[in-house]
Design a protein around this ligand. Structure first.
Ligand SMILES: Cc1ncc(COP(=O)(O)O)c(C=O)c1O
Length: 393
């Protein structure tokens, strides 16, 4: 008999009743160190007091009015995002996949309005992940996500990640945009090198193509800059964000330049819940904290510390781990042992990590993780690796 919850997830046998900063607590009191942060969502930790205050204050005043009316909380958050980024304008969604939908629509409408309705193709890359909507799975294109769900939304060209020659060849008159994650998340924590991202921007400028960045997982301070593309010194035309922007409240956004957004006039897009007062009140507080004095410096310092300690961990367990990679507090350990076995061994040591493609485990801790918690993370991962080796000996 089918379970009452549609069985689309392989869930771990864990269930939490409370969160506190970097910790998740089960009903029996067991405390797990959360290095997954809800897959890069709880950027400021669980039950962050400032976010709880922002949420409860707004909850006591007004939850929802719809986008029929002015929403001051939405305006305030949009102003902050515009002020802190390349963008001139913002549309709020509830998730990353909805941000993908709008990014695709925006790019196509741009070219339609410019008198180039043929420029509907969007180039995307192998290993990418852009969400589970029809546009999201068609954009990523992997068999795992698309099989059985056809006919797929047309207009996506899939290229191998990092193949410059294939990219140059794929640029045709029907290509309107390139869509890329500056750091692939689900694909196994694969950063695009700064010079590659610069070259991509230059190519888009040269050919008059829109650059869409998917910063759903790598954005909002995760790599140590507010947005990951800042490391390369480039800006996109359109950018998708979600996850960390709401700190755990479902919130996403599409940021764009005035030019790229020029086709999105009244009536061309909408969302019942997108930009609701609750989500935006929380998002505004997240922005204040992440862009506040010294916050990102601390992320970078802790990222350096964690990375250095992980290098030591990997070196001391060559039967389990192969290499560390990633950017800031978006780190992946390529495993020698099966990554799911490592994740499960972590459960036994009360530490949570997240599997990704390419036999990687992801470490995406709250950006607020402390130095002591970093030490505890290493000790628990060390114990997990030791136990795994003992088990398989
Ligand atoms: C890079 C990227 N894009 C899009 C999405 C989809 O976001 P959501 O699950 O909020 O719809 C994800 C989710 O993991 C993601 O990592």
């Amino acid at each position: 008999m089918i379970p009452s919850v549609l069985p689309t997830y392989s869930r771990a046998p864990l269930s939490f009743v409370k969160g506190e900063g970097s910790w998740l607590i089960e009903a029996d009191g067991r405390r797990f160190l959360d290095l997954g942060a809800g897959i890069a969502v709880n950027a400021l930790g669980h039950a962050n007091p400032e976010l709880v205050a922002a949420l409860t204050e707004q909850a006591g005043a007004l939850w929802h009015t719809s986008n029929l009316y002015q929403i001051p909380q939405q305006q305030a958050l949009a102003d902050k995002l515009v002020e802190a980024s390349f963008a001139d304008t913002v549309f709020f969604t509830n998730s990353g996949t909805e941000s993908c939908e709008l990014a695709v629509k925006m790019a196509r409408k741009y070219w339609y309005d410019k008198g180039h309705p043929e420029k509907t193709d969007i180039i995307a890359f192998s290993g990418s992940f852009h969400g589970r909507s029809s546009a999201g799975i068609a954009a990523a294109g992997s068999e795992k996500m698309t099989k059985g769900f056809g006919p797929l939304l047309p207009g996506f060209v899939h290229l191998p990640w990092g193949d410059d020659a294939a990219l140059a060849e794929a640029i045709s008159d029907t290509v309107g945009a390139i869509l890329v994650e500056p750091v692939q998340g689900e694909g196994g924590i694969i950063p695009m090198a700064d010079d590659k991202l610069k070259a991509l921007r230059a190519l888009c400028d040269d050919k008059g193509i829109l650059l869409i960045l998917d910063e759903v997982q790598c954005g909002m301070g995760r790599t140590g800059r507010l947005f990951a593309h800042e490391w390369a010194g480039i800006t996109p035309d359109i950018m998708m964000v979600a996850k960390g922007i709401g700190g755990g409240f479902p919130l996403g956004a599409v940021l764009a330049t005035e030019e790229a957004a020029s086709g999105m006039t009244a009536g061309t897009h909408g969302s019942t819940y997108g930009g609701n007062p609750l989500g935006c009140a929380v998002g505004s507080k997240v922005m204040d904290i992440v862009t506040g004095p010294g916050f990102l410096d601390e992320v970078n310092r802790k990222a350096g510390l964690l990375r250095q300690k992980l290098e030591g961990l990997v070196a001391s367990h060559p039967e389990v781990f192969e290499a560390v990679r990633g950017s800031g507090l978006m780190l992946g350990i390529k495993c020698v042992a099966a990554n799911m076995d490592v994740v499960k061994a972590g459960y036994d040591q009360l530490v949570l990590t997240v599997p990704a493609a390419d036999n990687v485990i992801r470490l995406l801790p709250p950006l607020t993780i402390s130095d002591d918690e970093i030490d505890a993370a290493i000790a628990r991962l060390d114990a997990a690796a030791t136990a795994l080796v003992a088990e398989t000996a």
